[in-house]
Ligand binder design. Structure first.
Ligand code: DX5
Ligand code: ZN
Length: 217
């Protein structure tokens, strides 16, 4: 028996239901799901196709946080997929200035970030070359973790240096931020607030409204 197994990698991720329904209605037996991590093969499968799909349907500013080694390898693809700002980790890139220049060469904004165990001093040489510095307040890798309180001091430390240098860059915070602790990270000096589990899930519109009202109060 011959079996058709369409690769979902080429589906429209904005309306995946439409494509899956088309397979089911067509009595297609299999769905082929590719998993790649950028090491064994050069691609990282679903990320780029998802960005491309949703780029067609929204004007959201795409703030892309790369948690991959040697991010320079992927800047072209992320830029062409529709990223507006590309943030990479100092810990993951040997040639930080080169990667900044590469992102700029595609006309995109640049973000640089550090994990909880990395000192703010690692960001300092690049602060006048980037648009945003991101302080991770959890170990990157998963949503839904608790904010590490010591990392809030790093936001404060960074904000002081940024102000002393007279720079106007954004300071982003990512990891464990919710409506109850957001004031702490705002007071410390961050102005771009990432929130995953505190926004999506039950009553996403209500949570979005609460955050938006709070941030713009
Ligand atoms: C963690 C990611 C975060 C994560 C945040 O590695 O960088 O962006 O999705 O999720 P919450 O807000 O649930 O901590
Ligand atoms: Zn993130």
């Amino acid at each position: 028996m011959n079996i058709l197994s369409p690769s979902i990698l080429s589906a429209d991720f904005y309306d995946l239901k439409k494509d899956l329904t088309a397979l089911e209605d067509g009595k297609v037996p299999n769905g082929h799901i590719d998993v790649m991590n950028g090491i064994f093969v050069p691609s990282i499968s679903y990320v780029m196709p998802v960005i491309k799909s949703i780029r067609k349907h929204t004007d959201l500013f795409f703030d892309v946080h790369l948690m991959i080694v040697d991010p320079s390898r992927y800047i072209k693809e992320f830029a062409e997929s529709g990223a507006d700002l590309i943030t990479f980790h100092t810990e993951a890139e040997k040639d930080i200035q080169g990667c900044i220049d590469l992102i700029r060469s595609y006309g995109k904004k640049v973000g640089l970030t550090i994990k909880p165990g990395t000192p703010v001093s690692d960001l300092v040489p690049y602060l006048d070359k980037i648009d945003m510095a991101l302080i991770m307040t959890v170990e990157p890798g998963f949503g839904g973790q608790k904010l590490i309180p010591e990392c809030v001091d790093k936001i404060r430390e960074l904000k002081k240096i940024v102000d002393e240098k007279g720079l106007k860059i954004d300071i982003e915070v990512d990891g464990g931020v919710n409506i109850d602790n957001v004031d702490t990270v705002l007071d410390a000096g961050s102005n771009v607030i990432v929130a995953g589990s505190a926004v999506f899930g039950d009553d996403t519109p209500g949570k979005v409204k609460a955050f938006m009202e709070h941030l713009n109060a």
